[in-house]
Design a protein around this ligand. Structure first.
Ligand code: AMP
Length: 191
């Protein structure tokens, strides 16, 4: 299996690039943010719980997120692999993902980390708010919070994959096509 963690701060382009990667490599796209938003729309218990955290730009608690991720993975029989988009966001999630994949006799192949500087992220998120309808994109204070949560809680996850020699940084500035080519090149040198 080809299991990729597509990593990066909010607004780095993970969702956009995931669409291209799943098409080329025939992978399952698993975005924890998308699953939470679908649950909010469906007014499920999980959605109600997640909403308060998401609206505030905070992380949904690990236990809830990890359980949800496991059940999403289990929905797919015999996949070629997964793109994990927006997960793991903490070291505890990364550890749980390793253990879970190992129980399925597979593992993370690599982490591709899209690198984009902060001012550009803010500009992109505010622009995305015009079309995404996401409350967490429209409010500059929530954007600030999400970026600071990323810096404090999520960025350290890089070291987890660096220690396993699975970390690859990708320049996330440029045209969408150029960035896709960089991701393809990084994957093709690994597989
Ligand atoms: P995203 O769509 O990836 O930008 O995620 C939107 C929001 O969903 C985040 O700001 C968090 O509140 C929540 N979320 C998504 N993925 C995770 C995760 N792996 N751990 C905790 N919270 C998450």
């Amino acid at each position: 299996m080809l299991n990729i963690v597509l990593f990066g701060p909010p607004g780095a382009g993970k969702g956009t690039q995931s669409e291209r990667l799943i098409e080329k490599y025939n992978l399952v796209h698993l975005s924890t943010g998308d699953v939470f938003r679908a649950n909010i729309k469906g007014e499920t218990e999980l959605g109600k719980l997640a909403k308060s955290y998401m609206d505030a730009g905070q992380l949904v608690p690990d236990a809830v997120t990890i359980d949800m991720l496991r059940s999403e993975v289990a929905k797919h029989s015999d996949p070629k692999g997964f793109i994990f988009d927006g997960f793991p966001r903490t070291n505890a999630q990364a550890q749980a993902l390793d253990e879970f994949l190992s129980s399925l006799n597979t593992s993370i192949s690599l982490m591709l980390a899209l690198e984009v500087e902060e001012q550009e992220l803010k500009t992109r998120l505010l622009k995305r708010a015009e079309v995404s309808g996401r409350a967490d994109d429209a409010d500059p204070a929530v954007i600030e919070k999400r970026i600071s949560v990323y810096n404090q809680e999520t960025a350290p996850v890089k070291a987890f994959y660096q220690a396993q020699e699975k970390f690859v940084a990708i320049d996330g500035i440029g045209s969408i096509d150029d960035i896709t080519q960089r991701l393809f090149a990084a994957i093709d040198t690994t597989i």
